[in-house]
Structures are given as structure tokens and as C-alpha cells.
Design a protein around this ligand. Structure first.
Ligand SMILES: C[S@@+](CC[C@H](N)C(=O)[O-])C[C@H]1O[C@@H](n2cnc3c(N)ncnc32)[C@H](O)[C@@H]1O
Length: 204
């Protein structure tokens, strides 16, 4: 079993860089067993890396781009705790799973590369499927009110908005308020390499 990047599969260099630091934070916080749903799994690099290190967890990758499902499945082949990827656009009202049934919803680098209604959908859906006390973990770059934005993040934000006017870095305050309205409290804000944050919300 390998979690190294596979040259024949589409690979995100950013995911190769960030998967180890994110996993280190997850390992500090997650119990030994649980059921996780990953939103926006992309190339499946996080799913493969995390599920291999968390054998007591059942991992369900989701991704709206159907073309990526074969990539995720190939990357997670051999990992018995990873389910076949399923399509999920977080804006859908029905995530097709029971309420209060999950221990973790995980998403990386989606909030700024999607319109704001995707963040609203993420929070609504996570608020519904997480059991009380369970976590929503969100990784990515954010604007923190009252703190200077790193020049690299300011340039990234400008580039995103040029590519799509509905994209862009979100303020932590807006994201936390949106989560709060869905019953999710911001419990931790962890500084990560390259001016990213890992946000941990808990379901009230
Ligand atoms: C930059 S990629 C990040 C992929 C992966 N999480 C990673 O960190 O490498 C952005 C992802 O967000 C997904 N995405 C965009 N809008 C979405 C939505 N409304 N619901 C679910 N996923 C969405 C895209 O399909 C894509 O996989």
C-alpha cells in the first residue's frame, strides 16, 4: 500500500505538500474510530493519505466532478476503509445520508474556489449530517479581520477573483457566522504552513 503520489494520476502539488501537516493535526484530535465524509476530494490525495493513517476510520470521499471519481478510486485502491467516491455538490439540499450519523466532515481548499453559496451549503449539510460533538474540519487560506493578509494570499485572492468573480478568500468571521447559523461552533483555528488555516468546528 502506498500513499505516495502516483505519476500516472493527476496530482496536486499543494496536496502533496499539505497532506502531512494536516494529518498531524487530525491525529492529535480524532478518536481511533469513526465515520468521515470528505467534501471536494479532488484527486483523492488526502483521502488516501489520511485513510491509510486512520485505519479505524471509514472514509467516504465525495467530489462533484464525475471525471475525478476514477482518479480517487485508483489512488485509494487497496485501502479497505475507503468507500467508492460519490458525487456531492454541497449546495444540494439532500446529501443522501442520515442526519447526525457522521463523526467528521473534512474539506480542503474549496471555500475560496467556489461561490459563497457552496460555503453556505457546506455548513448547512455538515450541520445536518454530523452528530452532536462531531467535527467539521476546513483547510485553506482565509482573511482574518484585524490581521494583515500575507502578500502571497493577497496575490492568490486577486488571481482567484480574476479567474472567477464569485471566487476569492473568505473572511474567517463570515465563515464562522455561517457555520454558527448551522449549529457549528468554531472551536479551534490552527495556523498551518504557507499562511493557511485549519478550522475545527464542533456540532452543538
Ligand atoms: C482546489 S480543488 C481542491 C481539491 C482537494 N480538496 C485538495 O485539497 O486538493 C477545489 C475542489 O472543490 C470542488 N468544489 C467546487 N465547488 C463545489 C461544490 N459546490 N460542492 C462540492 N465540491 C465543490 C471542486 O470540484 C474541486 O475538487
Amino acid at each position: 500500500m502506498t500513499t505516495a503520489s502516483t505519476p500516472t494520476l493527476p496530482t496536486s502539488p499543494a496536496s502533496e505538500r499539505n497532506k502531512a501537516p494536516i494529518l498531524a493535526e487530525l491525529l492529535l484530535r480524532l478518536p481511533p474510530t469513526g465515520h468521515a465524509l470528505e467534501v471536494a476530494a479532488g484527486t483523492g490525495q488526502h483521502a488516501a493519505h489520511f485513510a491509510a493513517a486512520l485505519p479505524g476510520w471509514q472514509w467516504q470521499p465525495t467530489e462533484p466532478e464525475a471525471a475525478m471519481h476514477a482518479v480517487i478510486a485508483a489512488r485509494c485502491a487497496g485501502l479497505p476503509n475507503v468507500a467508492a467516491p460519490v458525487a456531492l455538490d454541497v449546495r444540494e439540499a439532500d446529501w443522501r445520508m442520515p442526519s447526525a450519523s457522521l463523526d467528521l466532515v473534512y474539506v480542503a481548499n474549496m471555500v475560496h474556489i467556489s461561490p459563497w453559496d457552496a460555503t453556505e451549503g457546506l455548513m448547512r449539510g455538515a450541520g445536518r449530517v454530523l452528530r452532536p460533538g462531531a467535527r467539521l474540519v476546513v483547510y485553506g487560506p482565509f482573511v482574518v479581520d484585524g490581521e494583515a493578509l500575507a502578500p502571497s494570499n493577497a496575490a492568490f485572492d486577486a488571481d482567484l477573483r480574476r479567474r472567477n468573480a464569485a471566487w476569492g478568500l473568505r473572511t474567517l468571521g463570515a465563515v464562522a457566522a455561517c457555520a454558527d447559523a448551522a449549529g457549528l461552533s468554531l472551536a479551534e483555528r490552527i495556523a498551518m504552513p504557507a499562511n493557511n488555516l485549519l478550522l475545527v468546528f464542533t456540532r452543538r
